[in-house]
Design a protein around this ligand. Structure first.
Ligand SMILES: [Zn+2]
Length: 70
């Protein structure tokens, strides 16, 4: 049996920005700007849940411990 752990992680599609660029457009002042739309992967929440293996979870714990113990 394989053990999987459900975690809430930063959305990989938008990097937690909640929106993704869809292309360039021109605004009312003739200035080009990047158009965005809500990220379809996290639906604008910036976070997605995913399932990771117990090995990945162990790795994640090590990473988190190292990043907070400096
Ligand atoms: Zn997203």
């Amino acid at each position: 049996m394989e053990i999987k752990i459900h975690i809430s992680d930063t959305c990989q599609s938008c990097g937690g920005m909640c929106r993704v660029p869809v292309g360039m457009d021109i605004d009312a002042n003739d200035q080009p700007y990047t158009r965005h739309k809500p990220c379809p992967a996290c639906e604008g929440g910036g976070r997605t849940g995913r399932w990771i293996s117990i090995e990945e979870f162990a790795q994640l714990l090590v990473t988190l411990t190292q990043s907070t113990n400096h």
